[in-house]
Design a protein around this ligand. Structure first.
Ligand SMILES: Nc1ncnc2c1ncn2[C@@H]1O[C@H](COP(=O)(O)OP(=O)(O)O)[C@@H](O)[C@H]1O
Ligand SMILES: CC(=O)N[C@@H](CCC(=O)OP(=O)(O)O)C(=O)O
Length: 362
């Protein structure tokens, strides 16, 4: 399933059509016990063919496992936050782009909000500027802001758009400044309950989602950098987790998925790597004051999304190839899932699964 999605051919019009695919099959005959003449590939009988048949059968299990989830997520909006730490390996980046296109072909409305923290830090280091973070937020001087904007928009956004568009004309890159998508207000970091100034860092106070909705309506995949226009007309650096959560709320998304470089939320980081697989919003809120570094904005974002009406927020390990497909289309939930805590018992039929609002994985 994922190999097909990764292939450039998967995006070609010919490959979109099952009829076109079978027309291209090399045939040795047309007889079948089914409903009519079906092309039979050359050399299709004997032990090798039986082994191929068993392998193919295993693939059908994978495909059919996806059926309830395909039904459930038809037409649903999903916001995927793609963290800078999850985009370091070229093969992983290609797998991520394939997953996004796979979701799009599967009938989901997919929006990508990307970060690029490590890429900004690397660029600043090349300029001899050290990066400082307070409570997971970059201390952003006006000079730093210029670099943040340049790296997020000129480099990371272009790279993500290009990778997705290797599969076809889907991705459209946007800044949060475009059409006033994100309006932000300066915010401090909060350390031990006290505000600490971190410069031109913003919290989003308004989302104008109509441009994103128009792109989704026309079958595109918006790819958004977390730079915002300020209420004062300035430009603000917004943490990408925060931006993704606000957009997920504004779009009425079914899911927020955050891809990062750890398996999920560790119960006792850095002492242990035991992942908390599922938390209610109340359980998360109790944990929030104990969290450190990049997990603070990430988990605050999950809290904001779920409190804002998004039924599920996930933190997934972006170092696992095709983590998105695993989470969305298989029965094995991975990473950490945050729910409102009012889980509706999942039912077994695909149709019922389609109307289940919260709680059940994925
Ligand atoms: N409880 C925790 N569980 C997992 N990771 C944690 C935790 N607390 C802090 N972290 C740190 O948060 C990091 C993820 O945040 P961040 O570096 O901002 O990632 P991204 O670039 O994906 O947004 C992890 O790599 C880890 O170092
Ligand atoms: C205010 C703030 O910290 N902004 C972030 C924006 C990029 C981001 O969030 O990138 P990741 O998702 O890769 O961490 C920064 O300057 O690093």
């Amino acid at each position: 399933m994922t190999d097909t999605a990764a292939s450039p051919a998967a995006a070609s019009p010919a490959a979109e059509s099952p009829a076109a695919e079978s027309a291209g099959t090399e045939s040795a005959g047309t007889e079948s016990a089914g409903t009519g003449p079906v092309a039979v590939p050359a050399g299709a009988r004997g032990p090798a063919a039986t082994a191929r048949g068993h392998a193919a059968l295993a693939k059908t299990h994978v495909l059919i496992e996806a059926l309830p989830w395909l039904s459930r997520f038809q037409g649903a909006t999903i916001v995927v936050k793609y963290g800078g730490n999850a985009m370091t390996e070229p093969a992983l980046r290609a797998a991520f782009a394939a997953d996004i296109v796979f979701l799009r072909y599967s009938g989901l409305r997919v929006v990508v909000v990307h970060g690029g923290g490590p890429q900004i830090t690397a660029h600043l280091a090349r300029l001899g500027v050290e990066s400082t973070f307070v409570g997971g937020l970059r201390v952003t001087t006006p000079e730093t802001m210029d670099i943040v904007r340049m790296v997020l928009l000129g480099q990371v956004n272009r790279d993500v758009v290009g990778l997705v568009n290797d599969h076809g004309p889907f991705a459209v890159g946007l800044s949060g400044e475009d059409a006033n998508l994100f309006t932000a207000k300066r915010r401090p970091a909060i350390i031990d309950g006290q505000p600490v100034d971190v410069g031109l860092v913003g919290d989003i106070v308004k989302v104008r989602a109509e441009t994103v909705n128009a792109l989704l309506d026309s079958g595109k995949v918006p790819v958004i950098a977390s730079v915002a226009r300020g209420v004062d007309g300035g430009v603000y650096n917004v943490n990408a987790d925060t931006a993704a959560a606000e957009l997920a709320v504004a779009l009425g998304a079914t899911k927020l998925v955050v891809l990062t470089d750890v398996e999920g939320l560790y119960a006792d980081w850095p002492a242990s790597d035991e992942v908390l697989s599922e938390l209610t919003i109340t359980e998360l809120e109790a944990l929030l004051p104990t969290l450190a570094s990049g997990m603070i904005p990430k988990m605050e974002a999950c809290r904001r999304a779920v409190r804002g009406g998004v039924p599920q927020a996930h933190v997934l390990d972006g170092r696992v190839p095709h983590a998105l497909l695993l989470e969305i289309f298989t029965d094995d939930g991975i990473g950490t899932l945050i729910t409102p805590g009012t889980a509706v018992e999942p039912t077994v039929t695909p149709a019922s699964a389609a109307s289940t609002e919260t709680g059940d994985r994925p």
